[in-house]
Design a protein around this ligand. Structure first.
Ligand SMILES: Cc1ncc(CN)c(N)n1
Length: 221
């Protein structure tokens, strides 16, 4: 009998892309504080737009849930994004001279459109597991990045507070919950099945979109 899949198998399936995502030059420059402010500002602006669509994707997850029990698992994703993570992001952006009205008026850059619409389309076409396979690289990847960067000591790093958010206990806990829920959704999928490959392709594409999102920020220099 073959083994059943976990999210770790999805990371393993795309491990080269995964490394490029969590060790992207943008991330390295955040870590040592050398990232240009223009790059970071563009990233923050686009991330506001990204997070709004992410909230829509969690709302789609509620819609795609066949049982009340599954709905209960996705609903906190909508409320925590809309009421907490995006509000925190808006507060954070104020320190960088960006207010909510400015953020709302922004045009979406191409990697923002590509990534968010890909996730929404996966969810609309597929089942709940397909949607989560495309959603979860966001949470797990940033949790890994937060852990990695918190081990690096820098003095007067302007990006330290950003690192602290993703290294913090709250974010780590939310990311682990997302990973655990994906594990639950794929618990009957064998690692050598066609279904595993479908899910792994969605996970891999979202991971590639994360790389493009970092690169979009870096291209501003
Ligand atoms: C593009 C992106 N990916 C992930 C995260 C972490 N929630 C984020 N804020 N933005």
């Amino acid at each position: 009998m073959t083994r059943k899949a976990t999210y770790q198998d999805l990371i393993e399936y795309c491990k080269t892309d995964w490394q490029q995502y969590i060790e992207h030059d943008f991330v390295k420059k955040l870590a040592d504080g050398s990232l240009s402010m223009a790059c970071f500002k563009h990233y923050l602006q686009q991330d506001y737009l990204f997070l709004k669509h992410y909230a829509r994707a969690y709302a789609l997850a509620v819609y795609k849930s066949p049982t009340l029990d599954l709905m209960r698992k996705s609903l906190p994703g909508v409320t925590s994004l809309v009421l907490e993570e995006i509000s925190l992001h808006i507060d954070y952006c104020k320190d960088w001279g960006l207010n909510e009205a400015d953020l709302e008026a922004l045009d979406e850059d191409v990697a923002t459109v590509a990534y968010t619409r890909y996730v929404l389309d996966k969810g609309m076409q597929g089942e709940l597991a397909d949607l989560y396979a495309a959603l979860v690289p966001c949470a797990i990847g940033y949790a890994h990045i937060g852990q990695n960067l918190s081990k690096i000591q820098t003095i007067n790093n302007p990006y330290q507070s950003w690192i602290d958010i993703y290294a913090g206990e709250d974010y780590q806990k939310v990311a682990q919950q997302q990973a655990d829920f994906l594990d639950q959704l794929i618990s009957e999928v064998s690692i050598d099945s066609q279904r595993f490959n479908q899910l792994a392709d969605a996970f891999k594409t979202a991971t590639r979109m994360e790389i493009a999102f970092w690169q979009q920020g870096l291209n501003q220099q």
